[in-house]
Design a protein around this ligand. Structure first.
Ligand code: GTP
Length: 223
């Protein structure tokens, strides 16, 4: 199902400057059941927390201005499939489609944290296989308001992010919009960085490849 929500959150209004470029970002939100994936997504889209969200899989389209650039987000809020995450064609499609990932666990649910640790490895391995060197991933510990029921410490979350080269945030989708905004803001920055890294001039390996491609082409052209 594709929902289109417009006129929602705008966190900057500089649309007129010379830097007001447009950008598109496909984002997949993943995590085990009940961790708050939909709450987080809907909070970002509407600024609201509505409590119950059902289990509908959706792609939401949403335009916002981030640092003077118009960003069109397509956010895929997807349910968790327990086993062989990477082996079904639909899951594989998700990974190919995504420019960045938001991996959510609940700070009160250790199994959900362990699942995120597995997900991040799986995503990186799959993207690596597809030739993507650095995939933008944000790890989010949700339900921060329930700190009295915490079973995963902030340090554990931070350490996981550090060792897997991801960003890390602890948020409460229930209580706070700003933290959720930071998640999507941070991910947008990472996506932009990863795109400009791809455009950087090739290193020596790239030059050798280009030169040999030119010579190979000349040879085949002259046959
Ligand atoms: N206390 C608290 N509850 C939250 C928070 N975020 C979500 N919830 C609640 O957690 C439950 C699950 O939230 P959802 O957003 O439906 O979680 P989900 O990960 O999309 O769940 P699935 O649809 O099962 O995949 C709901 O009852 C929410 O109200 C939060 O930050 N704090």
């Amino acid at each position: 199902m594709v929902l289109s929500i417009s006129n929602a959150a705008q966190f900057s209004i500089d649309m007129t400057g010379p830097n007001a470029l447009k950008m598109e970002a496909n984002i997949v939100v993943l995590g085990t059941d009940n961790v708050g994936k939909s709450a987080l997504t809907v909070r970002f889209l509407t600024r609201r927390f509505i409590g119950e969200y059902g289990h509908i899989e959706s792609i939401y389209r949403h335009n916002v201005i981030v640092d003077g650039r118009e960003v069109t987000f397509s956010i895929w809020d997807s349910p968790y499939s327990q086993e062989q995450y990477w082996e079904t064609p639909i899951q594989e499609k998700r990974v190919q489609w995504a420019d960045g990932f938001v991996l959510v666990y609940s700070i009160c649910d250790r199994a959900s944290f362990n699942a995120v640790a597995r997900l991040v490895q799986g995503i990186k391995a799959k993207k690596d296989f597809l030739g993507v060197e650095k995939v933008p991933v944000v790890i989010v510990g949700n339900k921060r308001d329930l700190h009295h029921r915490r079973t995963v410490t902030s340090e554990e979350g931070r350490l996981l992010a550090l060792t897997t080269d991801c960003q890390f945030y602890e948020v409460s989708a229930a209580e706070n919009y700003h933290g959720v905004l930071m998640v999507f803001h941070g991910l947008t920055d990472r996506i932009r960085e990863s795109r400009s890294a791809v455009k950087k001039p090739a290193g020596i390996k790239g030059i050798v490849k280009t030169v040999s491609a030119v010579f190979t082409r000349r040879r085949t052209d002259s046959l």
